[in-house]
Design a protein around this ligand. Structure first.
Ligand SMILES: Nc1nc2c(ncn2[C@@H]2O[C@H](COP(=O)(O)OP(=O)(O)O)[C@@H](O)[C@H]2O)c(=O)[nH]1
Ligand SMILES: [Mg+2]
Length: 237
C-alpha cells in the first residue's frame, strides 16, 4: 500500500533556502472566545514570541519573523530531507502544541496553524520579509483605527467608515484624537524577529595567565526591529 502515499516524496531541493509560514487557524474566533485585548493583547503576543523561540531552538533556522498570528521561518538547513508533507505537518503540529503549552489559561477548543513552504532565493529574502513587515504596519494602523472607531460608532458603522479610509487617513484620524502611532511600541508596528547574535564572553586563559575574550552566539528575540533593509539581512547571515 506504500505506493498510495503519492505525495510523500514531494521535496524541495535540500541545498536551497525555504521559508515556512505558519498562520493561526480562525484566530479571529480564538481572540473573541478568549476575550483578547484589542488591538494588541500582551499575553497573546508573549505566547507567540515563545512559540517562535521554541521553533528556533528546535529547527535551527536563520531567522524567524512574527506578527499577529503568523510566523515566518527562514531555513537553510532544510529538515526532513526536504519532504514537504513532513515539514508542513511537523512544524505546524509543533507550533500548535507549543502555543498550548505556553498559554497560561486553558482553552476548550484545540488550536491549529496552517503551514506553507515557500522556496526562496537569496535575492528575494529581503523582499519577502519587507512584504510581511509592511503587512504588520498595515495591521497596526487598521487595528488601532477600528478600535478607535468602534469606541465611537456601532460595529457596522465603524467597519463601513474604515473601509473608506486609506492608511494615511487613519493615521491622521488617530492623531487628531490624541493617539500618536509614533508613540506605540516598535514591536506592534514592525513585528518581532528571532535570530542568533554574538555575545562577548571573558574567560581566564590559565596557560597565558590572563583574561581572554571570545564570542558565543545566543538566540536573541528582537522587539525593536528596524524597518527592514537589505543591509539588515546582509549583516544577519
Ligand atoms: N484581540 C486581538 N486579536 C488578535 C491579536 N493578534 C491577532 N489577533 C486576531 O487574529 C486574527 C489574525 O488574522 P487572520 O489570520 O486573517 O484571521 P483568522 O483567519 O481568523 O486566523 C486577527 O484578525 C485578530 O482577530 C491580538 O493581539 N489581539
Ligand atoms: Mg490566522
Amino acid at each position: 500500500m506504500k505506493e498510495y502515499e503519492i505525495y510523500s516524496d514531494l521535496r524541495v531541493p535540500v541545498n536551497s533556502k525555504i521559508i515556512i509560514r505558519l498562520d493561526g487557524r480562525s484566530f479571529h474566533s480564538f481572540a473573541q472566545n478568549m476575550e483578547l485585548k484589542k488591538p494588541y493583547d500582551d499575553n497573546f503576543c508573549r505566547v507567540m514570541v515563545n512559540v517562535s523561540k521554541e521553533l528556533f531552538e528546535e529547527f535551527s533556522p536563520l531567522f524567524i519573523y512574527s506578527f499577529s498570528d503568523e510566523i515566518s521561518i527562514l531555513l537553510d538547513n532544510v529538515p526532513f530531507n526536504g519532504r514537504i508533507e513532513k515539514m508542513n505537518s511537523v512544524i505546524a503540529g509543533f507550533a500548535s502544541s507549543s502555543f498550548t503549552l505556553n498559554y497560561d489559561v486553558q482553552f476548550s477548543k484545540a488550536v491549529s496553524f496552517d503551514s506553507r513552504v515557500i522556496p526562496i532565493t537569496d535575492d528575494k529574502i529581503y523582499d519577502y520579509f519587507k512584504w510581511r513587515q509592511d503587512e504588520a504596519w498595515r495591521n497596526c494602523i487598521n487595528g488601532y483605527g477600528i478600535h478607535f472607531l468602534k469606541s465611537k460608532y456601532s460595529s457596522d458603522e465603524a467597519n463601513e467608515k474604515i473601509n473608506g479610509l486609506g492608511l494615511s487617513d487613519i493615521h491622521e484620524l488617530l492623531f487628531q484624537n490624541g493617539i500618536n502611532l509614533n508613540d506605540v511600541e516598535t514591536w506592534k508596528k514592525r513585528g518581532i524577529g528571532v535570530y542568533r547574535k554574538n555575545k562577548e564572553v571573558i574567560g581566564f586563559n590559565k596557560k597565558k595567565s590572563k583574561e581572554q575574550s571570545s564570542y558565543r552566539s545566543f538566540v536573541h528575540v528582537d522587539c525593536n526591529l528596524p524597518i527592514f533593509s537589505k543591509e539588515f539581512f546582509n549583516e544577519l547571515f
